[in-house]
Design a protein around this ligand. Sequence first.
Ligand code: HPA
Length: 234
Amino acid sequence: MSTHIGAAPGEIAETVLMPGDPYRARWAAETFLKGARCINEVRGMLGFTGTWRGHPVTIHGSGMGMPSLSIYANELIRDFGAKTLIRIGSCGGMQAAVKVRDVVIAMSASSVSTPSSTIFRELNFAPVADYGLLRAAVAAAEAKGLTPHVGGIYSSDTFYDERDDIAAEMTRHGVLAVEMEAAELYTLAARHGARALAVLTVSDHLQTHESLPAKDREQSFGDMVEIALEAAFD
Ligand code: HPA
């Protein structure tokens, strides 16, 4: 048991998938894991542990935004020994070639700030994905017939951003998509010697304002769960 996770010691696997939404964690665990059982419900942030092809796996919600993800990822790594953490979630497309429904696999994550920013002072630390996970996730996506976009993303502190110029600069510098968690996940993994990756589906587009129909969300979420599991145990 840690401050925000009610699991007993040993109830969390070394491999953790982290969707933002706790109900998505439950759906993924019930759909893809064998023998899944709930190991956390503190503050409604659900976590489940079961097995996939015989490997122990935990699927635990992160909540929205880096401060929330940081609490859970810190405790998963430092208190429960998680070693591989894969975010699965949605993002907003920032390039014309990145269409709604497409999969984005984040090589790096830029940010204005993260919960870790205070420790870097004048440094601009570059949060990057684990290369082995990245490579395996690309292969897993391609094996499903998908063509993922692989590159930099932007982890924003705000969904409703009053500063349009920030997203515009990210777009101008080739950043593929915006979401709100990966930069801190990658930074924590670097600090603690863990592996991290973010596999994302484009749910909306900043320039075209197109958005993913509700009926397609479950299919795309399922694809991400499978890509993440294949990558984790490659
Ligand atoms: N902004 C931030 N996070 C997001 C977005 C967005 O437009 N879409 C999905 N996650």
